[in-house]
Design a binder for this molecule. Structure first.
Ligand code: SF4
Length: 324
């Protein structure tokens, strides 16, 4: 309920005081656009003009709501259009919940997964993110299973272990994208402050996390060689490779026999006018995926959804359509 005057179970004076002291100023949806595959992108404008986006992703196996945790992002990852915006500000927990409730309401959903994969780095706005997620799992909130929540992060020092403590069972999508510190530093400058050895030590030690996936965007000629695949397979087993070289995948499979491995999501790159990379051609992407499978690692190739409405991964730039 967005109007105190309609809360008629409260005394009139209290309603007036509440309206004065705690004005309800929810962000407005100023634009929505639907893609051929059913994804719908919503653009929110807050009272202070901060813009952020959320995407409804229908699917036969259950719908997902992809929400933003920041308006813009200060991390400047080279392959991500959102990163070109810079940070306007952190979103409040209420603004994250507003995205969830607004989309669920508009699309008539009673059950859904919530993905913190929209604009922003969730762990850079930790307090508000945890507040929002705790509300979703609370019996008096949405009573949502933590397993239906996924936090995407590039990995900030101490953030993953804190998340595991605060929200046991929540899923983690680790945006890895590169298998070597030098490359990460070039393409993900803020993330690379935590070297891969520290990142994987923390990941392995963080008990209580739900499903963990390693996210890997395939960029043509940048991170899609079989040498990269070999290093990625080793990281999937939780081991940072000492040397980078192409080895037969069967050798990795036998070296890591008995090890548990993280699931890998290979992500199709979404071209954007503000980002200079190309997507790995499909045949090459399949070779990369087959190498991982032969090394004993499960890997899914995720085709883009919502691409023609710029709602796919890394494409959210909170732009209002130009007036004709
Ligand atoms: S990938 Fe994530 S952390 Fe990097 S710039 Fe994009 S939104 Fe920010």
């Amino acid at each position: 309920m967005l109007d105190y005057e309609k809360m008629t179970n409260l005394p009139k004076q209290m309603r007036q005081n509440l309206a004065q002291q705690f004005p309800l100023t929810l962000a407005k949806v100023t634009h929505r656009i639907k893609s051929r595959d059913g994804a719908v992108k919503h653009l929110f404008r807050a009272d202070d003009n901060a813009l952020f986006e959320a995407v409804y992703l229908p699917s036969r196996s259950g719908s997902s709501l992809c929400i933003s945790t920041q308006a813009g992002c200060s991390f400047h990852c080279s392959f991500c259009a959102t990163g070109t915006l810079g940070l306007t500000r952190n979103l409040l927990a209420g603004e994250m919940l507003h995205q969830v409730y607004h989309l669920a309401n508009e699309h008539g959903l009673s059950s859904y997964r919530v993905l913190l994969m929209g604009m922003g780095e969730p762990l850079a706005n930790f307090k508000q993110v945890v507040l929002a997620l705790k509300h979703l799992v609370h019996p008096d909130g949405q009573a949502c299973s933590p397993r239906r929540l996924t936090v995407s992060t590039v990995g900030l020092k101490g953030g993953i272990s804190r998340l595991a403590r605060e929200l046991p069972g929540a899923g983690l999508a680790l945006s890895l994208h590169f298998t070597e510190d030098g490359q990460r530093k070039r393409h993900m400058p803020m993330a690379a402050r935590l070297p891969l050895s520290g990142l994987f030590d923390e990941l392995v030690m963080s008990e209580g996390l739900g499903k963990v996936t390693l996210e890997y965007i395939l960029l043509d000629g940048v991170n899609d060689s079989l040498e990269d695949a070999a290093a990625l397979a080793s990281l999937a087993y939780g081991v940072v490779p000492r040397q980078r070289k192409t080895v037969p995948p069967s050798r990795l499979r036998s070296r890591f026999r008995g090890f548990k491995s993280y699931h890998i999501n290979l992500i199709e790159f979404n071209p954007s006018p503000v980002v200079r990379f190309r997507a790995t051609p499909q045949a090459e992407a399949e070779k990369f995926q087959n190498y991982l499978k032969a090394a004993g690692v499960t890997a899914t190739y995720r085709r883009s959804r919502g691409r023609e409405i710029s709602a796919a991964c890394g494409m959210l730039v909170a732009a209002e359509p130009k007036k004709k």
